[in-house]
Write a protein that binds this ligand. Structure first.
Ligand code: UGA
Length: 345
């Protein structure tokens, strides 16, 4: 199978590529604006990479959509602070540029595996969010946080319609707070520059305070990237066509925790390393209002639990990695990337 991954150096892109090259005989064609996370694969005989931009290298993209069996358009802005501060960029990249890819896929009859998002459900009040029955609940237009959710929702609807009207083969997957190595660059100290786990980790490792937006009682289901990638492999295999035309939440309902609990767990995990032992006593956890942290255009989701019965039934998939193990795996990765310390466990 020939697979085109746009955004191959990103969090999901590089994790999936490593797994594909290790465990299958598939060929990967990848494009990204940088290559620091895929360097180890650049000479792999089944990996071809172009350093390029989705908005510029359009001919290369069209040619490869035509040539490949399946395309994963993973290029997107995915940090909530950007939704509030750069709403037009989010729309242009996450919707407009990706729509072009979808249209190529329709034209050349290429299968699409598209990253939808847990954000689509917005402030839905269901105990667990279902792809089939949950309402998608967004706030007023002045709350620009929802432009990401809305852009992704419209693209989900467009892809679904292309499936119905023009026979596009597609699968929409919805990651629920996937975490793991290279989730974000933790060296950027700016508030909101990464997702919460990496944001906290960067602050803690630099000895800076971490901030709980509105006290941190809001909850997320944290999912280990290795479970996520396993689901994606099954979607790509597409046994008996079971993933065709389907939407699947990919998350771990058992890893439901509040942001305050997450902060505690990160401090505890990090302080098991010698050089961070002091954090048990010295870590500073502050409370901040969402207006101060994100600005007026922010609104939050209090609970976000996936109903994963679709993925269970269609893929025979079950998330296996618990919250502590997921956090530990990620913390280890980021600590190891600093100069290794002889006294660390
Ligand atoms: C994320 C992002 O939108 C996407 O990466 C993705 O599509 C989706 O959810 C997902 O991964 O499922 P969210 O979970 O709200 O959205 O983003 P985070 O930045 O990880 O924030 C989680 C929670 O932590 C929010 O309630 C936020 O207010 C809080 N937070 C964040 C803090 O309390 N302190 C911080 O420093 C940062």
């Amino acid at each position: 199978m020939k697979i085109l991954i746009l955004g191959v150096n990103g969090f999901i892109g590089h994790s999936l590529t490593s797994r594909i090259l290790a465990d299958s005989d598939w060929q990967v064609f990848g494009m990204d604006i940088s290559s620091d996370h895929i360097e180890e694969h650049l000479d792999h005989p089944r990996f071809q990479f172009l350093e390029g931009d989705i908005g510029i290298n359009r001919e290369w993209i069209e040619y490869h959509v035509k040539k490949c069996d399946v395309v994963l358009p993973l290029v997107a802005i995915a940090t909530p602070k950007s939704y509030v501060e750069e709403p037009l960029k989010v729309f242009e990249l996450d919707f407009e540029e990706n729509l072009r890819i979808i249209r190529h896929a329709v034209r050349y009859d290429t299968r699409v595996v598209f990253p939808s998002t847990s954000e689509l459900y917005g402030m839905c009040t269901d105990d667990a969010f279902s792809e089939e029955t949950s309402n998608l609940v967004l706030g007023p237009i002045s709350k620009q946080r929802w432009i990401y959710s809305c852009s992704k929702q419209l693209l989900d609807r467009v892809i679904y319609a292309y499936g119905q009207k023009e026979g596009l083969r597609f699968t929409l997957f919805r990651p629920f707070n996937w975490i793991g190595p290279n989730l974000d660059d933790i060296s950027i100290p700016k508030e909101g520059s990464s997702r919460v786990v990496t944001q906290f980790l960067g602050h803690l490792m630099r000895g800076e305070p971490i901030q709980l937006v509105e006290g941190g009682s809001q909850r997320r289901c944290i999912t280990d990237i290795r479970d996520g990638v396993e689901a994606l492999m099954r979607i790509l295999v597409n046994q008996g066509g079971s993933s065709d035309g389907r939407i699947m939440n990919i998350g771990n309902p058992r890893n439901d925790c509040s942001i305050a609990e997450l902060a505690e767990l990160l401090i505890e995990t990090l302080s098991r390393f010698d050089r961070y032992r002091h954090l048990r006593k010295t870590a500073v956890v502050e409370k901040v209002s969402s207006r101060e942290y994100y600005g007026e255009g922010y609104q939050d989701i209090q609970t976000r639990v996936p109903d994963i019965s679709n993925a269970r039934t269609l893929l025979g998939w079950e998330p296996k990695i618990g919250l502590e193990e997921a956090i530990e795996h990620m913390v280890h990765f980021y600590v190891d990337r600093e100069a290794p310390h002889p006294n660390d466990r």
